[in-house]
Design a protein. Sequence first.
Length: 234
Amino acid sequence: MAPNIIELWQGNSLADDSHYVAYWNVLDEAEKIRARRFTQPTHHKEYVSIHAQVRYLLAKIVNQAPEHINIKRTPQGKPYLVEYPNIAFNLSHTHEYFLLAISENCNLGVDIEYCKSRPNMEGLVNKCFAITERDYWYTFSQQDQLSVFYEFWTRKEAFVKATGDGIVLGLEQCVIDVNNPKCFMSIPKQCGNTTDWFIHDVDVAKNYCAALVLDQPITDIRLSYTGNFKHNLR
């Protein structure tokens, strides 16, 4: 991979049924166990489709068969490649799309959300936004509050995923600078300085919001679509 480049793949969560067997066969046993826990067939197929495609895309990077890639998880649940610790990747999915971000020698997180109205949105803002963020959100009309909520939410989620700690880190502790939304105003002490982290919003599709956060400057984000990537299905 080229240095300081983010490979960002966007794909459909639910693949054609004709790919199901091939996708199932590249998953490892831990992934198959998780897939079997989904009682609804649609959710089961989504899991199989997404995680198999992740394997095909990572295989393209490391030049290895997808079924042979050794993916493990940290105690906090963040996945990593055992044989390629320099490769950083992160996955997010919602509704009909998923995003997979891949780079080298960094910590990164990605989040994609379908911008649907939530009956508890104000409650989430009061719980997960800092005071400055809440005050900023309340300045918008009810119509605009929806998009502003997801813009801030995806940036926060991408950050806590990049740290590897997840939401237990406390979304309200990861404060976006409302005057410069591509920067953090404050973050938990164990995460370093705010200037160590970089926020990038990602334009994916209408009614979707996505963000990428990482701990190094980058020169380019290369967005590709899995529909253009021909899987070597066997």
